[in-house]
Design a protein around this ligand. Structure first.
Ligand code: PLP
Length: 400
């Protein structure tokens, strides 16, 4: 009989893709769905970035590039890391792939053998555990309660590390919570990591430009230089520059890791799209006004959403420090009954109830390893956010 490999059978399809599919089906049936599941900016890619891509096509930059990306893009990435974190990576310590997602997958593929463990703080981005499973590793999920700001503490990190630990994944600012580690918090985690030299850290900083706190988001590699050769820093242009469809992400770290990633990349895709690389170079080196303007818009939407949700009894939400998601605590709603008499036992029941009764689509917290919550994306228009929060309030008021 035909069969798929065990590594595929272990992987579950992304719950956000499943939610998006459900929203599409309901819309196709003519239902007016307010969609708060979206994981990408609602802005268009800036014009100067599009122009750079068009120029690349016209001047014939339409061939294979080096496996690890064009020298121009890697230089732009190196300058970006220097500007943001004061870190100077050599350009051969940087590699470019088809999105941060591909870079993270390749980093795991390049380093994991069967049974190797990867520490993943929860709430986590849905892809991490499945990427680990797809690469024969074992995800070690560490629940990080809201009372700890959804962040990994040094004690929890220490107890999660074993002789088989290969990686710890830190996503800051994080999806789905928007929680971000301060320099002091990173310092305390670094102290634990320094005592365990066999553990590497993958930092996913894809949301670092979408930032609401004073100053800028901090990076572990910048906080503890002694960890630089054990940190793999990943980022990309998808979120900050509204370029999700261009598929460009990148990573920087120790040369042997980057070389191993490049070896895999050379047999997987040969290189990322030459045209998208030209566009990403323009995004990183060009005027940053787009980022300033859109972050101001996200900030206003964040405040609007937090305030409206905060007014609903038995819901609460820790304000996100970055990104465009709010992770809403709905534990106090569970156990209540809907007008038709059904008991809402789980956050998944709650999300289904919002969708069926009020046509508001959100993603339930268990999808991120944290039951009792739901995620809303505020990468959408104010009127949609306002109406959606009103409907969520109505849905909650109808429970008994
Ligand atoms: N990391 C996190 C935490 C994300 O939320 C996403 C996108 O949803 C990615 C990485 C992947 O981004 P991309 O592959 O578009 O660069």
């Amino acid at each position: 009989a035909q069969r798929v490999a065990q590594r595929v059978a272990r992987v579950k399809p992304s719950p956000s893709t499943a939610a998006a599919q459900r929203v599409r089906e309901l819309k196709a049936q003519g239902r007016d769905i307010l969609d708060l599941t979206v994981g990408e900016p609602d802005f268009d890619t800036p014009d100067h970035v599009k122009d750079a891509a068009i120029a690349a096509i016209r001047q014939g930059d339409t061939k294979y590039t080096p496996v690890n990306g064009t020298p121009q893009l890697r230089a732009a990435i190196a300058d970006t890391f220097e500007r943001r974190h004061g870190l100077r990576y050599p350009t051969d310590g940087i590699t470019v792939g088809g999105g941060a997602k591909q870079i993270i997958f390749l980093a795991l593929a390049a380093t994991l053998d069967a049974g190797d463990e990867v520490v993943i703080p929860a709430p986590y981005w849905v892809s991490y555990p499945d990427m680990v499973l797809a690469n024969d590793g074992t995800p070690v999920i560490v629940p990080c309660p809201e009372t700890d700001g959804f962040k990994l503490t040094p004690q929890r990190l220490e107890s999660a590390i074993t002789a088989r630990t290969r990686w710890v994944i830190l996503n800051t600012p994080g999806n789905p919570t928007g929680a971000a580690y301060t320099a002091d918090e990173l310092r305390a985690l670094a102290d634990v990591l320094l005592a365990h030299p066999h553990v590497r850290v993958l930092t996913d900083e894809i949301y670092d430009e979408i930032w609401y706190e004073p100053g800028q988001a901090t990076s572990l590699a910048a906080v503890e230089p002694r960890l630089t050769d054990r940190v793999f820093l990943t980022n990309g242009v998808s979120k900050a520059y509204a370029m999700t469809g261009w598929r460009i992400g990148y990573g920087a770290g120790p040369a042997e890791l980057v070389t191993a990633i490049n070896t895999l990349q050379s047999q997987i895709s040969s290189c990322p799209s030459s045209i998208s690389q030209a566009a990403a170079t323009a995004a990183l080196t060009g005027d940053q006004e787009f980022v300033r303007r859109t972050v101001a818009v996200y900030r206003a939407r964040r405040d609007l959403t937090i305030n409206l949700l905060g007014d609903i009894p038995d819901l609460s939400c820790t304000p996100p420090s970055g990104g465009f998601y709010a992770f809403v605590n709905c534990a106090a709603q569970l156990g209540k009954r809907t007008p038709s008499g059904d008991e809402l036992r789980t956050d998944e029941d709650f999300a289904a109830y919002l969708l069926e009764s009020q046509h508001v689509a959100v993603i339930h917290g268990a999808a991120y390893g944290s039951p009792g919550y739901f995620r809303v994306s505020f990468a959408t228009r104010d009127d949609v956010l306002t109406e959606a929060c009103e409907r969520i309030g109505r849905a909650c008021a109808a429970l008994s």
